[in-house]
Design a protein around this ligand. Structure first.
Ligand code: SF4
Length: 755
């Protein structure tokens, strides 16, 4: 019997990033289990051992539909005909086509789409920057970048947030600590039990230790069941609610006068703006009572230390930056910022070459940066905002701070429009890595038209997704099982580092031949004459380089446990002489936004489509379409082909209040159409009393791998994909950053005929 190898490998099937023991024999996966030597192993709920995705990994890895060799389109785009080709041929042909496009149109004609993790943050930006194009984009505007960018603009370095909060409960002891010192958690717009399992564990622990929990969400999600206060607001009105909380805290004198006086810039102006949101007015906007707003404000401000945390729910509204500014102001004005048990600011990892440095953005000239699509209009994310923010950060912290492939990215809806119209200039090629824009990007019809129009579309993925189905080349990507990994929490701004080993070979002759995104970027770059920027033969060598300042290799780092969770010192501003902003203070009044030409203070803006802003439209489309909420065991548009996952969640679901549904003649379990001005899709009705009778919630990410890949099916992308119904028109996007509304489109629902 062959000897079993056991590796400590980081799972990237979700943001928990559990480290797993991966057992293999002759390079083949045998089983997986949680790694007891990982200090974060018990910081997840439900425990890792219950994870359906982990248990489905073997099926996922050896699934008959797994793409195992490079594929070249053999028929028309979308015809579903593929030719298996060697990697060398794929690299040569793709590079030749890229070269021809650059020669004809310039490097900015090459675009990229990226998604959430699954790839190396540090090399995505590097690939495009060295190529000379500023035009990569993806989900940044509705996932993470609003949070990281806004908080960095305010604090000079982002505080730990939903995915990295696990070490902040008692920073005095960090990972070793069992003590929960947080006395209150305010959690907005995040179904943590579905999407952020470490945060969910902390919420439960905080409650068990006697802390208060305030859950703010349009739906009565499971986390609300253990809350002391559940605030069920109208989708998209978070800013009004939060500004009203600030109003109460200021009016009732519940703020930390000393901290505000010494360390906050613009408190008076914020207080003046907050006066526009008395609870009575905010209650009307948010469909709440004034009393519940007052109660939330008092509970949060008087139980210290407190954490204020938001999820993607807030980032899914066009008014996201204002909401996050208001949310970000709360810890500052209540003295909960950068304190143990509150919203602590980690600062950079010591002696570790950071993501920003690895991204080599200096290779992208100011002229090319200025061509970044959409960033003449939506400036906070992308180079205009990034350059201002980083200048302060670098001055005080000595390094840039960011997940730059997100925070400095282009606006994808603008890139897609340039593909179709060639305005302001042509975009003729696109690389899709770790993303599936045909499912996850809003306005699917436009995405389809744009991607189909390209001269070259290359997708690196594990399966033929609806996006890959219309590509010219599909490259088989190596997964987290087939590569080593090292990262700072938050992918670029935390002081904690974690690592995992490669568990399986990326290539087994006669079985499969995958490559990491790093190798793909490198091989193409070498053929384009850019090999000097890709000196490391593989990822592990690049990790040796990043660990160089510690005087150790990746293997030595793993031998020492594969993690570093240093104690995070609180109140660093006292020693450092302030915060890394233009004023040296927490900017409640943002000079970054002011420089970019925007309102420096948060204010509530009614969504472009809503019962208030478009009452005529609401007559035909009476319901607010809330989408983007997570459901397990799927993760975004992944795992739909895995039988164990599909058994758990076989059909796309739309939650409708039973009274509303009955009024429409819809039974629980009926198939229904959800229709907006833009299109319609079908889902199964799930009666849910926890949603307001005026709001429905539709799942996102749905496609059907079991349906044919060729047109018109494209694996069922037009069936139940809610993004057929969503909007990405720049005119409806958030003015400061370009995020598209996923919580506020107007829709109608009606029973679908069964067939
Ligand atoms: S998919 Fe499961 S095992 Fe993997 S990181 Fe998430 S919770 Fe952990």
């Amino acid at each position: 019997m062959a000897e079993q190898k056991v590796t400590k490998t980081i799972c990237e099937f979700c943001h928990a990033r559990c480290r797993l023991l991966v057992y293999s024999e002759n390079g083949h996966l045998v089983k997986l289990e949680p790694d007891p030597s990982d200090p974060t192993v018990n910081q997840i709920w439900p425990p890792t051992k219950a994870c359906v995705r982990m248990h489905g990994t073997k099926e996922w890895m050896y699934h008959p539909d797994h793409v195992n060799y490079p594929l070249k389109r053999a028929g028309e785009k979308g015809e579903g005909k593929w030719e298996k080709i060697p990697w060398e041929q794929a690299f040569d042909e793709i590079s030749d086509k890229v070269k021809a496009i650059i020669n004809k149109y310039g490097p900015e004609a090459i675009a990229g789409t990226v998604g959430t993790q699954r790839t190396q943050e540090e090399f995505v930006g590097r690939f495009y920057a060295c190529l000379g194009t500023p035009n990569w984009g993806g989900q940044s505007e509705i996932c993470y970048s609003p949070c990281v960018t806004t908080l960095q603009a305010m604090y000079g370095w982002p505080a730990r947030h939903r995915s990295t909060v696990n070490t902040s409960l008692d920073a005095k002891e960090e990972m070793a600590s069992k003590e929960v010192i947080t006395k209150c958690m305010l959690v907005l717009g995040i179904a943590a039990n579905k999407s952020t399992l470490r945060l969910w564990k902390i919420m439960r622990d905080c409650k068990k230790a006697g802390g208060k929990l305030i859950v703010v969400d349009p739906r009565r999600i499971e986390t609300a069941e253990i809350a002391d206060l559940f605030v069920q607001l109208r989708p998209g009105t978070d800013t009004a609610f939060l500004m009203s909380m600030i109003n109460v805290i200021v009016e009732e004198g519940l703020y930390d006068k000393e901290f505000v006086e010494k360390w906050c810039y613009g408190f008076d102006k914020l207080a003046e703006r907050a006066r526009e949101y008395p609870p009575e007015r905010a209650a009307e906007i948010c469909w709440l009572t004034p009393e519940i707003i007052r109660e939330a404000a008092r509970m949060y401000a008087t139980n210290k230390p407190a954490i204020a945390m938001h999820g993607m729910g807030e980032e899914h509204i066009a008014n996201a930056i204002d909401a996050i500014q208001a949310r970000g102001a709360l810890p500052a004005i209540t003295g909960n910022l950068d304190v143990n048990g509150g919203n602590i600011i980690p600062g950079p990892a010591k002696d570790f070459i950071d993501v920003a440095e690895m991204s080599l953005f200096e290779k992208l000239s100011p002229e090319q940066r200025a061509k970044q699509l959409g960033r003449d209009r939506f400036k906070l994310i992308g180079f205009p905002g990034w350059e201002i923010i980083q200048s302060y950060t670098e001055k005080m912290w000595g390094v840039k701070c960011s997940q730059p492939r997100n925070d400095a990215s282009a606006h994808l809806p603008s890139i897609l429009r340039a593909m179709i119209t060639s305005k302001p200039y042509p975009v003729r090629a696109c690389f899709t890595v770790a993303s599936n824009p045909m499912v996850t990007q809003p306005n699917t019809k436009l995405v389809y038209k744009a991607l189909k129009s390209l001269d070259l579309y290359v997708v690196a993925d594990f399966f033929i997704t609806p996006s890959a189905a219309i590509a010219d080349y599909v490259l088989p990507a190596a997964s987290w099982l087939e590569r080593p990994f090292i990262y700072t929490l938050g992918n670029g701004f935390d002081n904690s580092i974690r690592a995992g080993e490669q568990a399986l070979p990326a290539s087994i002759p006669g079985e499969y031949d995958h490559k990491t995104d790093y190798e793909i970027f490198r091989e193409i770059s070498i053929r384009l004459g850019l090999g000097e920027y890709w000196p490391w033969k593989n990822l592990e060598e690049s990790y040796d380089y990043r660990l160089g300042p510690r005087g150790m290799t990746f293997k030595e780092f793993m031998a020492k446990g594969g993690h570093d969770f240093p104690v995070t010192e609180e109140k660093k501003h006292e020693k450092m002489g302030g915060f890394a902003t233009a004023t040296g203070k927490v900017e409640l009044y943002s000079t970054v936004l002011e420089k970019l030409g925007y309102d420096p203070l948060p204010s509530y803006v009614e969504a472009a489509e809503s019962p208030v802003s478009t009452p005529e439209l609401a007559k035909e489309y009476p319901f607010i379409l809330n989408t983007g909420g997570r459901f397990t065991p799927m993760f975004h548009s992944e795992h739909f082909q895995i039988s164990t996952a599909r058994k758990k969640h076989p059909n796309p679901l739309v939650q409708i209040n039973p009274e509303t549904a009955k009024g429409l003649g819809i039974e629980d379990g009926d198939w229904v159409w959800i229709e907006t001005k833009r299109g319609r899709c079908r889902m199964k009705c799930k009666y849910f009393e926890g949603t307001d009778s005026r709001v429905i919630h539709a799942e996102h990410g749905w496609w059907f791998p079991e349906l044919p890949g060729e047109e018109p099916w494209l694996h069922g992308v037009w069936e139940s994909n809610i993004n057929v119904c969503t909007d990405d028109d720049p005119d409806v996007c958030g003015k400061k950053h370009g995020g598209w509304p996923l919580k506020s489109g107007m829709c109608k629902v009606y029973k679908a005929k069964t067939y």
